[in-house]
Design a protein around this ligand. Structure first.
Ligand code: FRU
Length: 463
């Protein structure tokens, strides 16, 4: 209905009329970006998990397609990944063909399943028509540890060893399990990775990505989601820079937040991309995801981000994630002063997506307020700069009705050089807000539900 659709973003992937969580099977193949995702084909809450499907030519607009991997009475199709098996190593494709697309997913078997009651194990499905239609492999599951919480396989081809690598989790044990294979069917355990500094209730949706580093050498980054124990509260995603030899991930770094906001979970990378990895996350938080005020569709993905690694403060390497902002979103250049008053350039209807870009001053405390509408109680989104120049996004008053009050504020961003101007890009696409700072040194992702109105911008004195 129109009253709820003021929340539906135009340039973020959303399900047509159902529930969505994690991105799955992200792959670029034959110039098409495929995003599969956890979908409940029958409702607006987390149940009947199947893989929904959408495609994009430009990573900006998405076309929703029919469910690709449907659940059954006794098996849900949990999160996983997809690869192009170009050599047909799995034997799932036709002989002499271009090689099948293979999806590697978690079979979450019900307690009354005939052969694997209550087990989570890894299974395969394949497509020989470029991802349009899928067939379950006959001998599923292909990797079963007899565990009730072994899930979220992310598979990639490791160039140096020529072997497939699967990174998955023992979710309750807080362990990443690394297996390797020649054929996507027979998997052997290569190593286990645990890390006491990443706490969290369950570990979920890991990825291991090869990111271009400062001197051209690749750097390996582990991406790991935890629920709870996310950086900004509730569920969230961590990154850890390290090294990977094809069997073992090692690190001497500290975990860093992928996002300083609350709404980025289960982020993983697209297969089939050379150079900088492109990731997509679920723009939600398990703490309140089933209660967001939209319907019958619920949840969106984040904007895609491109990763690289640069030298950071005190010589440590730092992961950056630059937003891929759709070219069709109109950009408004703003130079935000630190003195109180309206910022005249900004007057846009909030039902249209927009991008504000420019620099923030960090040499004096102030608040930058985006106001949605003109009435006295109009929703407001606040960028707060404190006396030390650190920047926080506060969505506490950015909704028509109270929403997630415990998760109003993002983590603060500490600029590279406190006091200096900070380059920013702020993308508002209806209910999604992404604030990118200093070329992706940080991004803050938050959902807001202002529900319409003209947007104006002003600078306020500090609180
Ligand atoms: C993460 C997660 C995954 C699981 C899927 C089920 O959000 O819990 O671990 O595979 O969602 O929908």
């Amino acid at each position: 209905s129109p009253s709820t659709d003021v929340h539906r973003p135009a340039f973020h992937l959303t399900p047509v009329a159902t529930w969505m969580n994690d991105p799955n099977g992200l792959i670029r193949h034959d110039d098409v970006w495929h995003a599969f995702f956890q979908e409940n084909p029958f409702g607006s809450t987390h149940a009947n998990l199947s893989w929904g499907h959408a495609v994009s030519r430009d990573l900006a607009t998405w076309e929703n397609l029919p469910v690709a991997l449907p659940c059954s009475e006794t098996e849900q199709i949990f999160s996983g990944s997809a690869v192009h098996d170009a050599q047909n190593s799995s034997g799932l494709g036709a002989e002499g063909g271009p090689g099948p697309l293979v999806a590697i997913y978690t079979s979450a078997y019900a307690p009354d399943h005939a052969t694997h009651p209550g087990i989570q194990a890894q299974s395969l499905a394949f497509s020989e028509d470029g991802g349009a239609t899928w067939t379950y492999a006959a001998d599923n599951p292909v990797l079963d540890r007899g565990s009730s919480d072994f899930r979220d396989p992310k598979v990639f081809l490791h160039a140096e060893t020529g072997r497939w690598v699967m990174i998955a989790v023992e979710a309750l044990d807080q362990k990443v399990m690394i297996h390797t294979s020649e054929n996507l069917r027979d998997w052997e355990l290569a190593s286990e990775f645990a890390f006491p500094d990443i706490d969290g209730g369950v570990w979920e949706c890991p990825d291991l990505v090869r990111v271009p580093g400062p001197d051209g050498d690749p750097v390996w980054v582990l991406i790991l989601s935890t629920n709870p124990g996310g950086p900004a509260g509730g569920s969230g995603t961590w990154t850890l820079i390290g090294d990977f030899d094809g069997r073992t991930f090692t690190t001497s770094a500290r975990p860093a937040p992928l996002d300083l906001g609350q709404d980025n979970y289960a982020a993983v990378s697209f297969s089939g991309v050379e150079g900088r990895p492109v990731i997509l996350g679920w723009m939600n938080n398990w703490d309140y995801a089933q209660h967001t005020p939209t319907g019958p569709w619920r949840s969106s993905m984040t904007l895609p981000r491109e990763l690289d690694v640069v030298p950071g403060a005190d010589g440590r390497l730092e992961l950056r994630g630059r937003l891929r902002v759709p070219a069709a979103i109109p950009a408004i250049d703003v130079s935000v002063p630190a003195e109180p008053g309206p910022v005249g350039e900004v007057r846009v209807p909030s039902t249209e997506p927009f991008l504000l870009q420019g620099t923030l001053r960090t040499d004096a405390a102030h608040r930058i307020v985006l106001r949605f509408g003109t009435e006295p109680a109009a929703p407001e989104l606040v960028v707060e700069v404190d006396g030390e120049g650190s920047i926080t996004l506060d969505r506490g008053a950015a909704h028509r009705q109270e929403f997630a009050p415990a998760f109003a504020r993002s983590l603060p961003y500490q600029p590279a050089a406190p006091g200096d101007p900070v380059a920013f890009r702020l993308v508002v696409d209806r209910s999604t807000v992404e604030l990118e700072l200093e070329d992706g040194r940080a991004v803050i992702s938050q959902q807001i539900f202002p529900g319409g109105g003209e947007v104006t911008l002003r600078v306020d004195p500090p609180r």
